[in-house]
Design a protein around this ligand. Structure first.
Ligand SMILES: [Fe+2]
Ligand SMILES: [Fe+2]
Length: 292
């Protein structure tokens, strides 16, 4: 094992130890299923259904993700553990939709067929870029679930509030692991890692875009429930840079370099804010996951 792999393995071991000790939860025992509010709004159910749909591409996230890092012990074992945790997210949300009476078995079966008719492909193709993609995506997903946790509470749905709470804790833990790996990678090769970060920021899209059935109309209906550009900058972009110890100017310089590299190539379809480019579909994004 190289020194780099050794460090990443150590990060995985501390992540896993903490997960086993503090973060395990049980779909059957820990969710207050009797506290579902059947009178809660359809919009609340629609949001839960959309998040559930994004989480359902798990087979694609897992197979693509683990194959990319199969020779890196810490990263590959993380993917395996990650897959177990993520598998509970869609399962629990599906149970919620059924037990709340918001959806029938038939409706969910129909949705599943539509979901599996499409396939999620890797948005980036190197382990380092995918690690950073995972970091951004998990943080954005965390922000969305926290927002919806409050919303479920406002609608008096204690069951859904508890579900979002457990899921949000998982998502932020996933984000922390990816962040710790990126920190190690920055120590190893700062310029190369910054260039990859710039590339991922500039091309970032949530995983449901283009594959979840009726994604655009769902997003429209969820409008105020999503994450817009400002929220993304304040709650996702800035906190990640701060945690990694990367200055704003340093990041902007890397972004400019990445843009220069791309000039002459394909015309950019997204727009920039002070050098930060966010794909348009990020607005009001639904969560998750690849490295969901
Ligand atoms: Fe998830
Ligand atoms: Fe996650």
């Amino acid at each position: 094992m190289s020194r780099l792999e050794e460090k990443i393995f150590q990060e995985y071991m501390s992540f896993f130890e903490k997960a086993e000790r503090e973060r395990r939860w049980n779909v059957f025992e820990d969710i207050p299923w009797d506290r579902v509010n059947k009178e809660a709004s359809e919009e609340l159910a629609l949001c839960a259904e959309t998040f559930c749909s994004v989480e359902m591409y798990l087979p694609d996230y897992v197979s693509n993700g683990i194959n990319l890092v199969r020779s890196y012990f810490g990263q590959a074992w993380f993917q395996a553990n990650w897959a177990y945790e993520e598998s509970k997210h869609s399962l629990t949300l599906m149970q919620y939709l059924l037990r709340s009476g918001k959806r029938t078995e038939e409706q969910l079966t129909d949705l599943q067929h539509q979901i599996f008719a499409k396939k999620w492909d890797l948005p980036f193709h190197t382990p380092r870029q995918m690690t950073f993609y995972g970091c951004v995506q998990e943080m954005a997903t965390f922000v969305i679930y926290v927002k919806h946790r409050e919303r479920a509470a406002t609608e008096g749905d204690e069951c859904l509030r508890a579900i979002y709470d457990y899921i949000a804790r998982d998502e932020i833990a996933h984000c922390r692991f990816y962040q710790s790996v990126i920190k190690v990678l920055l120590e190893e090769d700062r310029q190369g890692t910054l260039a990859d970060m710039a590339h991922v920021f500039a091309n970032f899209e949530m995983p449901g875009v283009g594959i979840v059935p009726d994604y655009d109309s769902r997003i429209l209906k969820m409008r105020e429930a999503g994450v817009d550009r400002n929220v993304f900058i304040q709650k996702v972009y800035m906190p990640i840079l701060k945690y990694l110890g990367v200055g704003r100017h340093e990041m902007l310089a890397a972004q400019r370099a990445a843009l220069d590299l791309r000039r002459g190539g394909e015309r950019r379809r997204d727009t920039s804010i002070e050098g930060l480019a966010i794909a348009p579909n990020l607005n009001d994004a639904a969560p998750q996951a690849l490295s969901a």
